[in-house]
Design a protein around this ligand. Sequence first.
Ligand code: GLU
Length: 299
Amino acid sequence: MAEETMPSPLRQKPVYRFAPSPNGLLHLGHALSAFLNNDMARENGGRFLLRIEDIDQTRCTPELEQAIYDDLGWLELDFEKPVRRQSEHFDEYRAALEKLIEAGLAYPAFLSRGETKAIVRTFEAEGGLWPRDPDGPPLYPDIDRQRPQAERAALLASGRQHAWRLDMDKAIRAVGAPLFWQESGDGETGQIEALPAFWGDVVLSRSDAPSSYHLSVVLDDALQGITHVVRGMDLFHATAIHRLLQQLLDLPQPAYHHHRLILGADGRKLSKSEGSTGLSALRAEGASPSDIRRLVGLV
Ligand code: GLU
């Protein structure tokens, strides 16, 4: 066999990606992620891709997407083109969702955010403690999961707005074995056991967006051949959901590196509305790309 065609995992180039959402301006936390992906790709002879995570068409705008290109260009981060934009791939996410529906692992979820909140509030007013996911929000009530098939079908036929949610218990049973991921980040490292049950019936598509972050991120990482996911520590626990979806959809698993977060003066995670740590604001104040590297603790 000619050397170029020899299938050897050793010959595979590592592939990294930076995957911001254009629903706000990039801040120092994004700069750290982007620099780390870029630098690791360089050091390991790998590729560096950019992915625009714009499934939420109500919050993402072309202006904010342009601001991402401007900020990354200014930081001299050289990603490959073309850039993958999630809004151009809704059909692929839909096809994966269909697979999960056909396997009986997803159900239509009709409760609005307000209805869910009211259920939780009533339960807690009566002294109960509603279970919450690792990020804090309450788990989705089991009303829709328990709904009889005929009622489900009637609601769907009536055109009632709905999301699709993963039946977490069934999904875990379908996989049947504990799942792990390889972690090399700034917290716990090594083989980490994925514990998706803590997230409850996660959303796979919304009534106003044809996919969810969790579903599209695992599909895109697979479709783009991502071998190393380098992102903020705030997504460490969500990796359990990603490992589960990879397993259910028969997708390869990348290695993960969750890096430290850049905190604001109040000790909290930076938010997109925080002007003073926004990259464009810092640039306007005269900061240079190497100042940004220093500000995120990379030099
Ligand atoms: N789009 C996500 C964000 O902006 C990042 C997703 C990821 O890196 O997996 O927070």
